[in-house]
Design a protein around this ligand. Structure first.
Ligand code: IVH
Length: 673
């Protein structure tokens, strides 16, 4: 085969592949490959076409900006096409972009607007005489779909514009997206209902926006930020940054993190800053966008095929990548739950090498039909544990066997049990199982429990494997001579560990209860139990009825507590621990009426103190914390970057406390108790 025939074949194969992926992404909302992989295919095609211009045809996906609308909704023609953006992935490529702009404008430095690149769907909203006339998707860039009904369900979309001097026709463009929290909620619900989950917030937003029934869209909680203009009957301003300000006056939410920046160094610094914030933002972004600020300069620079020359997207490393599932192993948790874990071919995902990822549970493996040997999409977003999103079925070789959960525990060989109606399989070995023992000990010494510094995972593994400790009480019998013999343990660190063990003996009742690792008894429940019963004796004597009298304790938790304390082995460990010298001062009986009794708070946004700490402090004063704002709430505690709860609280006329007011509230009452 001649070289040119070979290249033509490659180009055609890439076009077919890209067209297929476009169809799955835009029409079916069901992409088969991660965006990063798509970008690579697309770039390869761009490079091949650039080197071989003779093969370029107008049909090539590089000449188009998306895919044709699916046809469920009425079509809408965009008078001004909705274009895409070129991408850069490195400082060097960004430098080239800035250089091209400088040279063409004969201006140095150039003023840009930098914005986050929101990971959702582009939409356009047309306002006529101040009212929303219609809204449409991007579609293929020229023709989109009429999604007015669904757009109207988004609270952040003004149906009527506010303020003065509005052009008769005002078309604004922006990104519809789903927050990380709304996405997690939606998928939790889907799992509970046995429905299909969405792979990421962007797919979830796309699926929600293209619902035929706006009622379904409404409950999905979409959001929108506006970042550009379409058609306008009167020029609004001379610069993009001024337009964004003006849009706020008319009732649109400000585009967060937007900044006017001059020159390359500023752009680079902006990229670094936003990359650092990425995981803390309540919504997903996949990069930042730089736009030349002055409209006159934008016009002068113009467009190349599908993208403007005056703007560029600077992409972050992708959250999703492709890997090979080499094996599925079973991990045993503290309560015996067996979690299937994927062993993967090492792959870099958003800058970190991933070799393991969770497969959640057997239901998920079956539902997603994931098999060993599959090519899989893996996803790692922020602090979340990496997960296997799905298998790429097109790349499966032959018919590998379906994975089945072993009938016995891989660690202790005890029988494996599945409780009716639960998704989890459990090892029935209890503390006989060394995996459960290790986890229970790790929990016992953890920071929020007995807080024994220096007794890390590796040390516990060795102590259990060498049968030096079995129960938490054994920790208090450890001697210097035993510890120094362990790997990674010098004389000095053995001293420090013994000191930490000694110090941990002085604790509090809630910490001790939490450390015991009773199922479903987290920190907050431990605090409630301690407040209610005041002494361990009282708690040990409590029956079901009395347990149900504790705020926030339901029948399931009550049952777990009763069964824990009815186990002679557990009672023996507790008395051994007390004999070893673990003690706490008795909780003062709470005053008849706790200061915040009967009050209910909702928390939103980021607080300076960990949210859990704030919760506990409020609970300790008798308050209740709930997740949803309703008319019953006493006040909303709003930290940095509050969510939609703030708007809702304002609508309902509920008090709003900022962090200083919260501190004052806690301070006043903590001093009185
Ligand atoms: S401006 C002509 N600004 O990225 C320029 N786009 O890859 C039009 N996007 O289709 C786009 N955040 O869906 C612009 N701050 C932002 C953006 C943004 C996300 C999306 C948008 C667009 C795609 C281009």
């Amino acid at each position: 085969m001649t070289l040119s025939k070979d290249i033509r074949k490659q180009i055609e194969a890439l076009r077919t592949q890209i067209n297929e992926h476009n169809h799955r992404y835009y029409v079916l909302d069901d992409p088969a490959i991660p965006d990063a992989e798509y970008d690579r295919l697309f770039r390869r095609l761009q490079v091949l076409e650039a080197d071989n211009p003779g093969f370029i045809t107008s049909e090539s996906p590089t000449r188009r900006v998306g895919d044709a609308p699916a046809g469920h909704f009425a079509r809408i023609h965009h008078k001004i096409p909705m274009l895409s953006l070129g991408n850069v992935f490195s400082d060097a490529e960004l430098f080239d972009f800035d250089r091209r702009v400088r040279e063409k404008l004969d201006e140095d430095p150039v003023e840009y607007v930098a914005e986050p690149k929101l990971d959702g769907l582009a939409v356009t909203l047309m306002y006529e005489s101040g009212r929303l006339a219609y809204a449409a998707t991007r579609g293929d860039g020229t023709t989109g779909e009429d999604i007015t009904g669904n757009i109207c369900t988004i609270n952040a979309v003004p149906l009527k514009l506010l303020g003065q001097r509005r052009p008769r026709k005002l078309e604004v463009r922006g990104e519809v997206f789903m927050s990380k929290a709304a996405f997690a909620r939606l998928n939790r619900q889907a799992i509970a209902n046995g429905d299909k989950t969405f792979a990421n917030p962007r797919n979830a937003a796309a699926g929600s926006l293209r619902q035929l029934d706006p009622k379904v869209t409404a409950i999905r909680q979409l959001d929108i930020y506006i970042y550009a203009l379409g058609q306008v009957t009167r020029q609004i301003s001379e610069r993009h940054s001024d337009t964004l300000k003006q849009l706020q006056q008319w009732g649109f939410k400000p585009l967060p993190l937007m900044q006017v920046i001059t020159g390359f160094d500023g752009l680079r610094a902006y990229y670094r800053r936003i990359a650092g914030l990425r995981d803390t933002l309540p919504y997903e972004i996949d990069g930042v966008v730089y736009k030349v600020n002055a409209y006159s300069r934008q016009q002068y620079l113009g467009y190349v095929s599908r993208a403007p020359r005056w703007a560029i997207a600077h992409k972050f490393p992708a959250h999703e990548e492709i890997s090979i599932l080499e094996d599925i192993q079973i991990q045993v948790g503290r309560t015996g739950a067996l979690t299937p874990v994927a062993r993967l071919q090492p792959t870099t995902v958003s800058g970190v090498t991933v070799t393991n990822a969770t497969l959640h549970n057997m239901d998920e493996i079956n539902r997603k039909d994931i098999r060993i040997g599959d090519t899989v999409i893996i996803r790692r977003a922020g602090d979340v544990i990496p997960e296997v999103v799905r298998s790429i079925l097109g790349k499966r070789c032959g018919n590998p066997p379906v994975f089945i959960m072993p009938a016995t525990c891989p660690v202790c060989s005890s029988a494996v049990q599945r409780i009716e109606g639960e998704a989890v399989y459990r090892c029935t070995g209890g503390l006989y199982c060394s995996a459960q023992r290790k986890q229970a000990l790790k929990h016992f010494v953890s920071r929020k429990a007995m807080d024994i510094d220096g007794l890390g995972k590796k040390i516990i593994d060795q102590l259990v494997d060498k049968q030096l400790i079995k129960t938490p009480a054994d920790i208090y019998r450890l001697r210097h001579s035993t510890i120094v013999d362990l790997q990674r343990m010098a004389d000095k660190s053995a001293d420090n560990l013994l000191k930490a063990i000694q110090q941990s003996k002085r604790t509090t009742l809630p910490r001790f209860l939490y450390a015991l690792g009773i199922r479903e008894v987290g920190e907050a429940t431990a605090v409630s139990l301690a407040n209610h019963f005041q002494t361990l004796r009282n708690l040990l004597r409590a029956d079901r009825q009395q347990l149900l009298g504790v705020p926030d304790i339901g029948p399931v938790v009550a049952e777990h507590i009763l069964s824990f304390f009815s186990e002679p082995h557990n009672l023996s460990v507790i008395s051994q621990l007390q004999n070893a010298g673990i003690h706490w001062s008795d909780i003062q009986p709470p005053p008849q009426q706790q200061p915040l009794q009967g009050k209910t708070y909702v928390i939103t946004g980021t607080l300076a103190l960990p949210r859990n700490t704030v919760k506990q402090q409020l609970i300790a004063l008798g308050a209740k914390i709930t997740g949803n704002i309703s008319a019953k709430a006493t006040a909303l505690i709003a930290g940095q970057k509050p969510g939609t709860k703030l708007t809702k609280a304002r609508e309902l006329g509920i008090d709003i406390l900022d962090e200083t007011q919260l501190q004052a509230l806690l301070h006043t009452h903590q001093n009185t108790t």
